[in-house]
Design a binder for this molecule. Structure first.
Ligand code: GTP
Length: 597
């Protein structure tokens, strides 16, 4: 295709501002899909994504658009993941296109996530077309939102297109703006192949599908290519584009976006941001900025029913095939038995994987406290990464510890600002910035990631009644006074509950933990001490008193069937219990005990 007739773009938006609906409209308007085939939300393919209203896997679509100037253009839309955990993927897909539509709900305004993603677009030198969506809503206020875009993001919004993805108003104007305002891609046809690996996923019929953007040269069916990050060679069996259903073609030239398959077995063998070139006489220089995904949050996943361990292994293997950023290794815990220590890009990523295991594979899980990766600087000058508080080495060998910190951006209506500041302060945050945009405040905090991984989102949502939006990026490691807090139930350490905490907050956290456990652990026939300790020193203690009488005692003389029911119920309850020494701890206690209020 003639480079001048190509436009590549992505859509930047906050969750729910209408990205998918707009994409569907653009596809529909250009007749790429016949109306009757049009399903709601074509681009979000997985159920979980739909349910959670987030887009996880990047998708793409190629649209032919007959513009008002009489020419037909090829528009390639890359759908980017909408969440912070996938920031690296977002930044890669942004590099694969030349422009973005910045979609803002005109009844809501700019949100934190819009900001984070638009910065990726600006960094990638995008031409940005602001689109004010949902103008059909009575609460729409285009002038205010356009002003806000200028104030907060700093781009000209005077020409913002007013759109209703619902009614179709403004869709034609949007297509024209894509053609007129976004630049055409550049690239050299007779150069060695240089293609960016934008995304990849597993398809049960075709194996791994690799989404690519051709920078220079031509990708042809049947050729041998090299993935430069790991020097692997692959034979290209198929090349195609999404319209949005797959259409096979013979080649892709400079500026084009499409996919290849090459009998690749695992998504793990493909790395987002990698450069693909010819097997021989390839491009001398790989695209810059490549880095393999680094998990930042770790937790243990154990089956509630230990007989399901093999099923869990199977589920994790399958999920990992399709998710290169998810890491795992086997873990044994004295208390929880066999399970896996898993690494994730962030909390949302963790939740998505956990939900999929529970729902798609029907395995009930115990999730241990999420932990960030600490850097342990040993006295001998070496540094180790700590993925699991249980592996904390003997303190006599440790010089100091460092923890990851994030820069958090929170947008919140004025009236909740006080509560948000308090929350951040309570989580050891350092305020960096506070500005106003209309009736909303934007606060920037430097926070320890470990204070965010527990329940920061939940707390933020509840103190602001859902009105705050939040986004973050990693800023690096900093030394602090961190210690490992262990929990002992009936004098037995419960490793699944041990956690790293700041020394100043240890007593408070320890106290909260033992109090909660006291309520969560059912009484037994004997007295149970519950303790939190740092090293050998107990910092908080509660005692669960012994059960006074048999639970069935009150049924004495009553009818036998009621008594049996009670016992059956107890038995069923037992299944969800875990034994620690002589004590049964319900599964639910693990999760609840780790939440802070
Ligand atoms: P994620 O995929 O979850 O990131 O969200 P999204 O940004 O893709 O939003 P989506 O397209 O799913 O739209 C969110 C909600 O807004 C849906 O209920 C849409 O029907 C609705 N919506 C989208 N565009 C419009 C519009 O122009 N007007 C009105 N009234 N509703 C709209």
């Amino acid at each position: 295709t003639d480079l001048n007739k190509i436009r590549n773009f992505s859509i930047v938006a906050h969750i729910d501002h209408g990205k998918s609906t707009l994409a569907d409209r653009l596809i529909q308007e250009t007749g790429t899909v016949k109306e009757r085939d049009m399903q709601a939300q074509l681009l979000d393919s997985m159920d979980i994504e739909r349910e959670r209203g987030i887009t996880i896997k990047a998708n793409t679509v190629r649209i032919d658009y007959a513009a008002d100037d009489g020419e037909t253009y090829v528009l390639n839309l890359i759908d980017t993941p909408g969440h912070v955990d996938f920031a690296y993927e977002v930044s890669r897909s942004m590099r694969a296109v030349e422009g973005s539509l910045l979609v803002v709900d005109s009844s809501q305004g700019v949100e934190a996530q819009t900001l984070a993603n638009v910065y990726h677009a600006i960094e990638a030198d995008h031409e940005i077309v602001p689109v004010l969506n949902k103008i059909d809503l009575p609460a729409a206020d285009c002038d205010r939102v356009a002003e806000q875009i200028e104030d907060v993001i700093g781009i000209d919004a005077s020409g913002a297109i007013q759109v209703s993805a619902k009614t179709g108003q403004g869709i034609h104007e949007t297509l024209e703006a894509i053609v007129k305002e976004l630049p055409a891609p550049t690239g050299t046809l007779d150069a060695p192949l240089k293609a960016m690996l934008v995304d990849s996923w597993y398809d049960s019929y075709l194996g791994v599908i690799v989404l690519v953007r051709i920078m220079d040269g031509v990708l042809k069916k049947g050729m041998k290519v090299k993935f430069m990050s790991n020097n692997t060679l692959h034979h290209v069996d198929r090349i195609g584009v999404f319209r949005p259903e797959m259409q096979m073609i013979d080649s892709l030239g400079p500026g084009e976006i499409g996919f290849l398959t090459a009998s690749i077995k695992q998504v793990r063998d493909t790395r987002v941001g990698d450069t693909i070139t010819n097997e021989r006489n390839g491009t001398p220089e790989a695209l810059d900025g490549f880095k393999p995904a680094q998990p930042v949050v770790f937790c243990g996943l154990f089956p509630v029913d230990s007989a399901e361990f093999e099923d869990l292994r199977d589920a994790i293997d399958k999920l990992a095939l399709n998710d290169a950023s998810f890491s795992f290794e086997m873990e044994t815990s004295a208390a929880l038995g066999f399970g896996f220590r898993c690494g994730f890009l962030g909390l949302l990523h963790l939740e998505v994987i956990r939900d999929r295991i529970e729902r798609e594979y029907n395995i009930e899980l115990i999730t241990t406290a999420p932990s960030v990766v600490y850097h342990i600087h040993m006295r001998d000058g070496t540094m180790r990464e700590l993925h699991n508080p249980a592996d904390m080495p003997d303190l006599t060998h440790v010089d100091h510890l460092e923890e990851p910190r994030i820069k958090a951006t929170i947008l919140v209506p004025d009236e909740y600002l006080g509560d948000v500041l308090k929350l951040c302060q309570d989580r050891r945050g350092i305020q960096e910035d506070l500005t106003y945009a209309g009736s909303r405040a934007m606060v920037v905090y430097d926070l320890p990631l470990n204070e965010v991984v527990f329940d920061f989102y939940d707390r933020l949502k509840s103190v602001t009644k859902g009105y705050a939006s939040f986004d973050y990026q990693m800023i690096g490691y900093r030394e602090d006074n961190l210690v490992k807090m262990s929990v002992l139930v009936n004098d037995e350490p419960v490793d699944a509950l041990s956690m790293m905490v700041h020394r100043d907050r240890a007593e408070m956290r320890g106290r909260a933990m033992v109090e909660k456990l006291k309520d969560l652990i059912p009484r037994h026939m004997f007295k149970i001490p519950i303790q939190a300790a740092i090293g050998g020193k107990v910092i908080a203690r509660e005692t669960l008193s012994a059960m006074r009488k048999d639970v069935t005692a009150k049924c004495y003389g009553g009818d036998a069937s009621r008594k049996r029911k009670l016992l059956d119920k107890q038995k069923a309850g037992k299944k969800k219990m875990r034994q620690f020494g002589k004590v049964d701890i319900p599964q639910e206690a693990f999760i609840s005990a780790l939440k802070m209020d």
